[in-house]
Design a binder for this molecule. Structure first.
Ligand code: SF4
Length: 470
């Protein structure tokens, strides 16, 4: 069964029962979180940077179609070929038709969430094409037959020992779990894949409209090899990834790397402006750019439009107390953490993902760190409202909240109910707590004790103190 088809609660239970994941996730989350704090403090005026980055993204979204058109024009002037895909299926078919035209049998890929979103690997493999992920984390989870559990660190949930087991199986000989040995094996194994590949597929961190350039940001150098060694390079980008000019790119790259990994700049930043030209020593003969909508135009027209400002830095994921407990697979989609909880229902359907907006404590930490100021926890509340209005929540839950709303808006009934609950509560629990609740309360009491209502309400106590009648 894939994570997608499992019930949310089942996925959460599985996460709780995975001690390795529960150990690894907080360690990496803390490393990334503290790295981000240091890197933003270095800027001195981090808030001003956030404000500028937010304004750049808002401006781009206000003129999205114009900038996408400008990008296409300039990209094609540079000798590339641009394609527009309304949905995932169109994007996949475009990739397949390019692959078939070149009789491609071997594909190398660098990490790309958007290709995960459209399930590209699966479609290529069904077509008889061998796909190899070349980002170390992606390579690990590909060998494990899993999906990414973090936007930046897809194998965050795996230990070194688990990686050593996977690599040993792949290598057909035992490897130690020393990091140097594991990375050496991956480097040697992947080097040959780059050299043999017919096609390279990458995502796109940003695309600069004024020059038609694709920007790839990585720390391992694999994106550069994927885009320069095979004869054909295909870029798949979400349509919102465009930036107007290099000046705006400067701000956004700064915000991305500092908020993602706490680096001033990533180790590699590659700008691709078309295929190899006469006299170039390397580079692909063809470069294709597939610009994907897949629901983004609808989001742009909705009250959730600002979610398209996201630059996939994962800062929100790294501060989320819910992600810390349940890890990425429990979200069941490509994107996890707060951005996943907001975005997945919008891209993949509200009803299908109705639990996700509730996978939040609404502490607001995500909104506070987001470098482009997306009001993440406000959107989660808004989505909860939408789910209620559309009738997507269980009837029992709806009736309970309707009763609660009625009581809290009718003081007389509310006081009577509180008094009644106080008197009856000793019948249901012991020592002031309820250990096994009925109905919906069972979900709560399975994980913790529920304090029983006090015998005397605060309201009654207050009146008694003041000598007032009830
Ligand atoms: S929502 Fe904000 S913090 Fe989260 S990944 Fe996107 S840009 Fe980063």
């Amino acid at each position: 069964m894939t994570a997608r088809r499992k019930e949310f609660h089942q996925r959460v239970e599985e996460a709780f029962a995975n001690p390795q994941m529960r150990k690894s996730v907080p360690i990496t989350q803390d490393n990334l979180r503290f790295g981000r704090i240091r890197a933003m403090e270095e800027l001195k005026n981090g808030e001003a940077w956030r404000e500028i980055a937010s304004q750049i993204r808002n401006h781009t979204l206000d003129h999205l179609q114009e900038y996408v058109n400008e990008l296409i024009t300039n990209f094609e002037k540079n000798g590339g070929k641009a394609h527009f895909a309304k949905n995932g299926e169109e994007a996949v078919q475009t990739v397949l038709s390019i692959a078939r035209k070149h009789q491609a049998k071997r594909v190398v890929k660098s990490k790309s969430m958007v290709t995960e979103e459209i399930h590209l690997n699966h479609a290529l493999e069904e077509d008889g094409i061998n796909v190899v992920e070349t980002d170390l984390g992606e390579f690990i989870i590909q060998l494990a037959g899993e999906t990414p559990s973090h936007i930046l660190a897809p194998a965050i949930h795996k230990s070194r020992q688990e990686v050593a087991e996977l690599f040993s199986k792949e290598a057909g000989r035992p490897l130690t779990d020393r990091t140097e040995d594991l990375t050496r094996y991956a480097r040697e194994r992947l080097r040959q894949e780059f050299l043999d590949a017919d096609l390279g597929i990458t995502g796109c961190n940003f695309a600069v409209a004024e020059s038609g350039s694709i920007i790839l940001i990585s720390n391992e150098g694999n994106a550069r090899m994927t885009s320069s060694l095979p004869k054909v390079h295909i870029v798949v980008m979400g349509m919102e990834r465009v930036v107007p000019t290099w000046a705006e790119l400067d701000v956004l790259v700064t915000m991305l790397t500092r908020n993602a990994t706490g680096q001033k700049l990533s180790v590699y930043m590659t700008a691709i402006s078309g295929p190899r030209r006469a006299g170039d020593l390397d580079g692909p003969e063809e470069v294709h750019l597939i610009i994907l909508d897949n629901g983004r135009s609808d989001i742009l027209e909705s009250k959730y439009r600002e979610v398209l400002k996201c630059i996939r830095c994962s800062a929100c994921v790294n501060v989320c107390p819910v992600y810390r407990e349940i890890g990425g697979h429990a979200y069941g989609g490509v994107y996890s953490g707060p951005i996943g909880a907001v975005l997945t229902p919008l891209l993949d359907g509200m009803e299908k993902n109705k639990e996700l907006p509730f996978a939040s404590s609404l502490c607001g930490a995500c909104t506070e760190v987001c470098p482009v100021k997306i009001p993440l926890h406000h959107y989660l509340i808004e989505e909860r409202k939408d789910l209620v209005e559309k009738g997507f929540l269980p009837k029992q839950e709806r009736v309970t909240f309707q009763a609660f709303a009625f009581l809290t808006s009718h003081p007389l009934f509310y006081r009577s109910a509180v008094r009644g609950a106080g008197r009856l509560s000793p019948m249901f629990g012991r020592d002031g707590v309820l250990k096994k609740g009925p109905g919906m309360l069972a979900g709560w009491t399975d994980g913790r004790d529920l304090p029983l209502p006090a015998k005397e309400s605060f309201h009654d106590w207050w009146r008694r103190q003041r000598g007032e009648k009830r």
